[in-house]
Design a protein around this ligand. Structure first.
Ligand SMILES: [Zn+2]
Length: 476
């Protein structure tokens, strides 16, 4: 941005919460995994006479998100109806939190444009319900209400962000914290995280902010950054040419790389908010909040620092963070923190190899953290070898299940019976008279060839160390 104007940005981020059921009914919260309109009921369709109940797990995740972001959790929070007419809003109103959000006044730390640590202030964090999904095909519009009333959390910052770069870093960091804490998967391509930026510019030192435009639901971090930078430039051009900016909502056209007007921005009064009579104000028990606080994992920044001081290379930490696997690692090492570095290495080397070879991201695979932990333990105890470990891992990645059972089913459990190993060695030595003679005459390299034959005889189920030791003993 030129020195002529100063940019001010506020961010609103919506994330879908990882609950099993919807916000006010027991329909499954799996909008994209079921046929259209299969996950609906009178409550989430807003049929007259229906009455839902607040999803406690959604509130719990909201409390945990508030704590992870340093917000104060209110002890009274209520739901309100936000009234507007739009085809994706099957009820004609959205249940949200207005005056009494669940969490207030938290922050996310980023590196500011001046290179110093900067606190991005979170003004509020509230719970609400999502809308249905519209799909436009051949001039018609299809409505899928599976997403209608799934639990949504909105996180709003103060207008304290100075550039598109700061906005991007804020959203990346916020996403990492939410994924790490198991609040949301935040898969942007699936719409599980949706970002809106309110952008305005004004001469430096101006008392009032300029007219702001809201850029809606950019599909990715790159889109968001481009859209904000485009708006900064557009605002300056309009002002410099003596034009007037209008407060409005704009979308991002990624083909033509520009924003376009979508609708003039409503004011809060247009929505006629009023307390939802079905969900009167609820007290959040402070003891509950304290219990959640105690069971929270180490804060994100602390966890990263602990990994670093535990000897993990920055490149490995970055790879784990990039694959959204910090939370996965934390849970895998929960029972024995001393195993963190070992599990991290397996994650980077073996699990991410599966991410690449299968094209399935870790969080869409069947591999759970406990499965990785158990598979690593099998190898550590010598029950499977490195090759067996990789096979077990690939099976668990595709199908899930129990590591020990997978090792057995795949016939990978190592022959730990010395007699069986001795018999295999004896057989190989008897069949390889020439190689044994070569070895005895000083050609020591032959030993490795013999070792390979023994492992083959054991169908690769031998423990390399134990087999090697027995082979050396029998050769001498
Ligand atoms: Zn329902």
């Amino acid at each position: 941005m030129s020195a002529k104007y100063k940019t001010t940005i506020g961010m609103e981020v919506h994330v879908e919460l990882m609950t099993k059921t919807k916000m006010f009914c027991s329909c499954p919260n799996a909008p994209q995994d079921l046929p259209p309109n299969a996950a609906t009921c009178p409550v989430c369709l807003g049929l007259p006479g229906s009455l839902g109940a607040v999803n406690k797990e959604a509130v719990r995740l909201g409390i945990r998100a508030s704590l992870a972001l340093g917000c104060t959790v209110r002890d009274v929070a209520w739901f309100e109806r936000k009234n507007y007419i739009y085809p994706d809003l099957v009820k004609g109103y959205q249940i949200t939190q207005g005056e009494q959000p669940l969490g207030e006044w938290g922050h996310v730390l980023i590196t500011g444009d001046d290179g110093n640590e900067k606190k991005i202030t979170i003004r509020r964090l509230h719970l609400e319900e999502d809308t249905a999904k519209l799909t436009h095909v051949d001039g018609a519009t299809l409505i899928d209400a599976n997403r209608s009333s799934t639990p949504l959390m909105e996180i709003v910052t103060e207008a304290c962000i100075d550039s598109a770069r700061e906005a991007e870093e804020y959203v990346r960091k916020l996403r990492a914290i939410l994924v790490y804490n198991g609040i949301s998967r935040c898969r942007i391509q699936r719409g599980e995280m949706r970002v809106e930026a309110n952008v305005s510019i004004a001469p430096p030192g101006a008392k009032e902010l300029g007219v702001r435009t809201e850029i809606k639901n950019q599909a990715g971090f790159n889109h968001m950054r481009s859209a904000i930078e485009y708006e900064e430039k557009r605002h300056a051009e309009v002002i410099d040419s003596g034009g007037t900016l209008v407060q409005e909502t704009r979308g991002w056209d990624d083909v033509n790389k520009c924003t376009f007007a979508q609708r003039s921005k409503e004011n809060a009064a247009d929505y006629r908010y009023f307390p939802d009579p079905d969900f009167p104000s609820a007290r959040i028990d402070p003891a509950w909040v304290e219990a959640e606080r105690k069971s929270m994992p180490a804060p994100y920044e602390e966890y990263i620092a602990a990994l670093r001081s535990g000897g993990l290379a920055d490149a490995d930490i970055d790879a784990i963070a990039r694959n959204d696997a910090l939370g996965f690692l934390r849970v895998a090492a929960e029972a024995d923190a001393a195993k963190t570095a070992l599990l991290a290495k397996r994650l980077v080397k073996d699990v991410f190899a599966l991410v690449n070879s299968t094209g399935t991201p870790l969080d869409s695979s069947k591999l759970a953290p406990e499965m990785l932990r158990d598979a690593v333990a099998l190898q550590e105890s010598g029950k499977i070898n490195a090759d067996g470990f990789r096979q077990v891992l690939a099976r668990l990645y595709a199908q899930g299940g129990d590591a020990a059972a997978a090792a057995k089913e795949l016939d990978l459990v190592i022959e730990q019976n010395d007699d069986a190993v001795r018999a295999a060695i004896a057989k190989v030595l008897a069949e390889s008279e020439k190689m044994v003679a070569e070895f005895k005459s000083g050609k020591t390299a032959t030993r490795n060839a013999l070792f390979g034959k023994v492992m083959k005889e054991l169908q690769r189920k031998g423990d390399p160390k134990a087999v090697g030791a027995l082979l050396d003993e029998m050769l001498s």
